[in-house]
Design a protein around this ligand. Structure first.
Ligand SMILES: [Zn+2]
Length: 155
């Protein structure tokens, strides 16, 4: 999983493993590894949200829509759907950012969005909630939810 800091998304180079940062404002662009110069096409793994501050930066600054999976470690359906989110992240590079919020650890974020059932998916664009849904589904169903929600939002 990728991580967040105050400036962007930190992820490992697929070639050499070096940690590179893609700035929040540039999440729709490819990057180059600072060490081996390999092209990093974009964020291809789910991002672990570790604080509300970083959550706000990601949601507010990302030029791409952000799909957030609200989950908890004790939730069986959440575990089943985790590999589906990895597939979605790997197949939507440059189109969609996939992030995960552990509702047990990030209680402020869970409370702010009134998360009552998990897994809940919320799609954000330009800092605003576009759509939400609950329940586990396969990667294709998750992608359908995203594309249907974006077309309804007029994007
Ligand atoms: Zn590298």
């Amino acid at each position: 999983m990728a991580k967040l800091d105050e400036n962007g998304v930190v992820l490992a180079c697929p070639n050499c493993g070096q940690r590179n940062r893609i700035r929040y404002e540039h999440l729709n662009q490819a990057a180059r590894c600072g060490k081996c110069k390999t092209t990093i096409p974009g964020v291809n793994v789910p991002i672990e949200v570790d604080s509300e501050e970083h959550f706000n930066l990601l949601i507010g600054l990302s030029p791409l829509p952000v799909l957030v999976d609200y989950w908890a470690p004790w939730c069986g359906p959440c575990k089943m759907v985790a590999p589906e989110f990895e597939k979605v992240a790997a197949s939507t590079v440059g189109e969609l950012i996939v992030a995960k919020v552990n509702t047990d650890a990030q209680t402020a974020i869970a409370g702010r969005f009134n998360i009552s059932a998990i897994p809940t998916l919320i799609l954000f664009q330009g800092g605003n909630e576009v759509a939400r849904t609950s329940g586990a589904r396969p990667a294709a169903g998750i992608k359908d939810f995203v594309s249907n929600s974006l077309s309804h939002a007029g994007v």
